[in-house]
Design a protein around this ligand. Structure first.
Ligand code: ATP
Ligand code: MG
Ligand code: MG
Ligand code: MG
Length: 470
């Protein structure tokens, strides 16, 4: 089943259950200063969840493009994480609740007319105290007790405001993927195992987290779900990783042509193929939504992804700007649902090309310095590149920290992140002093002061905020 067909089926299914289908919102949040990128299907619908707006139909479904920078380091290493991915979601704004959400999820996944998964391959996690969800899964759906796993983590709480337990649905990809675990519990949730693949998260937002820390039942309960399209495609196309689906393979194949190498021949090269395919998708989409490479915030995310991809290009022996040539391939795959990546292809190509050319000016020199630093560390019996060294590469050669980390890791070394951060802080301080600016903390402090979501800082990309769920 092609990915576009899975997307279509999901939307058709929920339309048949009375949902209004909303188009994907842009990746750059429109009226939400707490978020750097839209990172879940629910994010652009927050206005309905927090009551600022009343939707004309309380049932909504969407296919939403999302960016999660907290997963950058997972890309290419796990079979299932991307920086840009699509979340398929159905939402109830004070309308239906747990019973319908669970029943419909099950129907969509197992009915022959829709996805047609073998029910024996599905298992779920629930919150330990969510007996209601247990009853529905066990009694109504008929899922055996052994495949309903209670897990403390299954609670979605972002501080003050609506929150509640969640239930995640896992697909068993087969015992051959894990030989050591003795029970499903050992494999949950997600973790490093590739056997039980988390495909769908159902969030039952039923409490209000009050300012005094107590929880009370919400008068109108909400449903917020998120299913990963790429993961569904990997199962339905019966391929080992998301990267082997029709959403990624054409990008990888084109990269293989450009490099003269073959995907699948070598583990390290395969990581490079995957990271390049992932990052070029994210960057293409981000630029199509109006973001541009830069030194801060969103711009720096794009720059970081591009530079990281360029460096992985070198791993494949590609020494010239090439990422821009992949933009039309992304367009050919995604353009039917996201026409913006085709309509803006020329602009996107130009931006990427310019950025690549710029980085190539310092790349060679930076890499040879980095190799010297790695060699020196090894000679001196150190297992770490110092913060000052990483900062020098950043400051002089434009090497993002994660690029330096990737390179070091390939040779068995770490990078002193804290030391790097300290150097960054010092540089900011110097810049501020030079500008004579007293309110230098304004941007960060201001944004942080406004946060309504749990924040998880991602490296030195201080404005990044992660929401965990759907
Ligand atoms: P994981 O535990 O695998 O990191 P998650 O629990 O962080 O996933 P949720 O926040 O529950 O993910 O998001 C809902 C769904 O979106 C997941 O069940 C998964 O199918 C998909 N998803 C989440 N993060 C990614 C990602 N980085 N790349 C691709 N799909 C993702
Ligand atoms: Mg998870
Ligand atoms: Mg989850
Ligand atoms: Mg995650």
């Amino acid at each position: 089943m092609k990915a576009s067909e899975i997307r279509r089926k999901f939307l058709d299914f929920f339309a048949s259950k009375g949902h209004k289908i909303e188009p994907s919102a842009p990746l750059v949040p429109i009226d939400d200063p707490s978020l750097l990128w839209i990172n879940a299907g629910m994010a652009p619908l927050k206005k309905y969840f927090d009551g600022r707006l009343v939707p004309d139909n309380p049932r909504i479904a969407n296919a939403q493009k999302c960016i999660r920078t907290n997963d950058i380091e997972n890309v290419g290493k796990t079979a299932r994480h991307h920086t840009l991915f699509e979340m398929l979601g159905n939402f109830s704004i004070g309308d239906y609740f747990k019973e319908e959400a669970i029943t419909w999820a099950w129907e969509f996944l197992t009915s022959k007319e829709w996805i047609g998964f073998d029910p024996d391959r599905l298992s779920v996690t629930i919150h330990p105290e969510d007996d209601e969800a247990f009853e529905i899964w066990h009694k109504k759906i008929g899922l055996p007790e052994a495949r309903i796993i209670r897990h403390e983590d299954n609670f979605w709480d972002i501080g003050e405001g609506p929150c509640g337990p969640c239930s995640e649905i896992f697909y068993d990809r087969g015992a051959h993927l894990n030989h050591t675990a003795k029970s499903p519990e050992e494999l949950y949730p997600g973790g490093e195992n590739e056997r039980y693949l988390e495909v769908w998260n159902l969030v039952f937002s039923q409490f209000n987290h009050n300012p005094d820390g107590t929880y009370t039942e919400l008068p109108k309960k909400n449903i917020d779900t998120g299913m990963g399209l790429e993961r569904m495609a990997s199962i339905l196309q019966d391929v080992p990783t998301n990267f082997d689906t029709d959403l990624f393979r054409p990008i990888i194949d084109r990269t293989a042509e450009l490099s003269g190498l073959r995907y699948g021949d070598d583990r390290e090269q395969d990581v490079a193929f995957k990271v390049i395919a992932d990052h070029v998708r994210a960057v293409t989409f981000a630029i199509s939504d109006g973001a541009l490479p830069g030194n801060e915030g969103r711009g720096y995310v794009i720059r970081r992804l591009l530079r990281r991809a360029v460096r992985y290009g070198k791993v494949l022996g590609i020494d010239r700007p090439f990422l821009h040539e992949l933009v039309p391939v992304v367009g050919a795959i995604m353009g039917d649902y996201y026409p913006e990546v085709v309509e803006k292809a020329d602009l996107i190509r130009r931006v990427i090309r310019t950025e690549e050319e710029r980085f190539h000016e310092t790349l060679e020199e930076g890499l040879s310095l980095l190799q010297e630093l790695v060699d020196a560390a090894k000679r001196e019996g150190r297992d770490t590149i110092t913060g000052e060294e990483a900062f020098r590469l950043y400051d002089t050669y434009g090497f993002p920290l994660d690029l330096t980390e990737d390179f070091a890791a390939e040779q068995g070394l770490k990078v002193d992140r804290d030391g790097f951060e300290a150097e960054m802080a010092k540089q900011r301080e110097r810049a501020r002093a030079a500008r004579g600016e007293v309110s230098g903390m304004r941007v960060q402090g201001g944004v942080l002061g406004d946060l309504t979501m749990e924040s998880a800082f991602v490296g030195y990309d201080r404005l990044e905020v992660e929401t965990r769920v759907a």
